[in-house]
Design a protein around this ligand. Structure first.
Ligand SMILES: [Zn+2]
Ligand SMILES: [Zn+2]
Length: 101
């Protein structure tokens, strides 16, 4: 998804659609997910400004609260801890979005 090219309305719809997927990490781990309280995490790659960075849905725990969350571990730490990266989760998200559309 190229966020840069979206109008603000399209962007809002896209973010809502992403949030409805529920925590992508919980799903990968095989946990039950709820679609409420999901937060969007910006996956920073290269020089893309934060506002146009791709997003992945994460529960508050996996986003920033838990010891194993992306913000506690940081980019590299996250990959080391889980054995997959934020980019892998982004890819999975894109698969899920495609299945639903
Ligand atoms: Zn989670
Ligand atoms: Zn974040």
């Amino acid at each position: 998804m190229i966020l840069e090219k979206l109008t603000s309305k399209q962007r809002k719809d896209y973010y809502e659609k992403v949030a409805r997927i529920g925590c992508i990490l919980c799903q990968k781990l095989g946990y039950e997910t709820t679609d409420c309280g999901c937060e969007l995490h910006h996956v920073r790659t290269g020089n893309i400004p934060r506002k146009n960075a791709p997003v992945i849905p994460l529960c508050a725990y996996h986003h920033r609260l838990g010891n194993s969350s992306v913000h506690q571990l940081g980019h590299k730490g996250f990959e080391k801890y889980w054995g997959f990266s934020e980019m892998d989760l982004l890819e999975r998200l894109n698969d899920l979005l495609q299945e639903k559309s």
